[in-house]
Ligand binder design. Sequence first.
Ligand SMILES: [Zn+2]
Length: 205
Amino acid sequence: MSIKPIIHIPDPLLREVSKPVERLDEGLHKFLDDMLETMYDAPGIGLAAIQVAEPIRVVTIDVSRDDEENAPIFLINPEIVWRSTIPSLYEEGCLSIPGYYAEVERPSECKVEYLDRDGKKQLLHADGLLSTCVQHEVDHLNGYLFIDYISKLRRDRTIKKFAKIAKQSGKPSGMAAHVEAPMYELDDVAPIAMAREEDGNDAVS
Ligand SMILES: [Zn+2]
C-alpha cells in the first residue's frame, strides 16, 4: 500500500465529472487499498478518487470513532437513489481544502446503491455523519465541493486564498500540499472548531 498525494483547490481536476469503473481487477483493489491508507493518514473520514487525481467513481469512507475498530466502506460507482426531506447541519471540511470548515445543510438521510469491493451490488441506508459523508463524496465524483453550498462571497474568498498558496508554492495544479499556516480567518471558524473538538466529529472528507 502507498500514500498518494491529495490535490487541493483550485486544481481544475476537482471540477471534473469522474467516469464509472468498468472493471474490478487487481489494479483497482490495490488502488482502493492505497486510497484507504491515504485517507487514514490524512486523516479524513472520506476520500474520493478524484482527490488523488484519478477521475473514476470510487470512494472510501470510515466514520468509526477513534475508540472503535476501523470500519472501512468502499463505494464503487455509487448512486444516491433516495434523499430524506429532513435537513441536517454538519460542520464539513475537505482534504482538498485543508484547514477550512463550514456548516452545510444536506438531507439527513440517504440511500446509496453501489458495488462493493467484490463487485457485489449493495444498498446502504445512511444517516447522521455517514449520510453527510456519502453525499459529500458523491458530490466529488460529480465535480462539486462543499464550498458550493456556502455563500459566493465566502467561497470566492476561500478559492482565492488557495490559489495564492498554490501560486506561491510554484505548483500550478494547486498541490500546495503542506501549508503550515491556517488559511481561514479565525472569526469564521473558531467557535465551530471548538465544538468539533467537544463532540469528536471530524467531518473532513
Ligand atoms: Zn472533500
